[in-house]
Design a binder for this molecule. Sequence first.
Ligand code: NAG
Ligand code: NAG
Length: 480
Amino acid sequence: MRFTVAFLGALGLLGGVTTAINTIELKGRHFIDSVTKKEFFIKGVDYQPGGAANVEKGGDPLTDADKCARDVFLFQQLGINTIRVYSVDPTQDHNECMTILAAAGIYLVLDVNTPLEHQHLNNEEPWTTYTSMYSEHIFSVMHVFSGYDNTLAFLAGNEVIFDPTSAKASPNYVKAVVRDMKAYITNQIHRRIPVGYSNADDLRFRTALAAYLECGDTGYIDFWGVNSYQWCGKNTFTGSGYDKLVEDYKDYSLPIFFTEYGCNEVRPRIWQEVDALYSEKMTGVFSGGLVYEFTQEPNDYGLVNITKDEDAVILKEFDSLGDAFEKTPKEPTIPSGSSNPTRPVDCPAASKLTGITANFTLPTTQGAEYIKSGVDKTKFVKGKFVTGPKFTTTHKITDSEGKEITEKTVKEVATYTQSDIPDGGIGINIGGGTGTGSDSASGSGSSSGDSTKKNGAGSAKSMTFGWSLGLITIGFAALL
Ligand SMILES: *[C@@H]1O[C@H](CO)[C@@H](O)[C@H](O)[C@H]1NC(C)=O
Ligand SMILES: *[C@@H]1O[C@H](CO)[C@@H](O)[C@H](O)[C@H]1NC(C)=O
């Protein structure tokens, strides 16, 4: 996709079509738009300019409106609807960047961890890092970003389990983090923002970990993220092994999408996998994906080079990815006869989950005080859309042929309004908890699990779940 006159002309026409940034919900194994009820397919990129090194210097990619305007303009040229950000600082202000994204019709999938101390689990000895300070961090990220309708989902972890040691030590800590995040939503967040996990796609752990995190009535994820780099260069659905991937997950009960994809072993990347991803070969099982990654970093996956002066230089693979996205259907269709597995799913015996230690006893939550009372609302301010955000960047943008792009204004294609956000949580048991988790490897999934009722019946069911601190009543009080 190059910046030809014809292309810009086409965008101008699109400018008349307005959509709304409606919140995204879960429905069976898909995401849906909460208003139109249509399936939502993620078409996006991973976005963390400067990577971990920048986070270590206090950087946060969603705080500088001038840079956000630069990159959101480019997101629109690329034709995406979602970005994933790996690390943010919840003490900073993200309002203007989130508003620019919303106006551009773009959602955010947000990891709650950072590489900083007290802000992630150590995957070999997770008990050393699973602390009250860690809980405060992840809850504060959730609190801040729950204010924005275009917050699509939270990721509880990224590739925490990636080798035999972490596969032994970490699974029940990941499940505990999911449980804690859900308890926080039940008690403190007004909307059921989906909570998932992003998996290093390693065949040694793939199916066992997916099954372990999917099951039971405590700490089950809402969606499964797959980081996959298996389609390299010119290949096919079967040659790349994508057929096997779809087959392995064909009966999975939750939405799945690529949280990272885009093999760079064969250059230039030609993005044939994009076509497969939004075709009926995959849409019954996969809800799209996120290309790794937007900015050029030392590991050489970038689509855009950010210079020392914070100007943007478009690389050739940005153009070809844009072309590939453009050829995908606007509304991908799901093959008829796709299976729609029921939930909740009972947990298999731990011995069946080979490759990981599937300990169904979860460590006791370290964040009970925050689940009960919320995080400090003055230190961590709930996000809000602003009026009149910055839509034009002062940074220079150069196309892949070295020509400067002068018309670089973000197009306002989506309507967004600041939702009226009530205090308190959803008041529904979505697999959260505070005490030690269920150690039952069977049958436990048959209890209330996933009630989406906001009425008395729903609450009565949730009460049977055995909340040790009576936290659930706080959520209900807020609803009344
Ligand atoms: C990206 O920018 C850096 C620093 O400005 C430069 O050294 C590098 O050659 C650029 N890479 C590409 C692929 O343009
Ligand atoms: C399972 O996890 C719990 C909580 O972390 C721990 O106390 C227990 O020792 C673990 N059980 C096994 C068999 O590892």
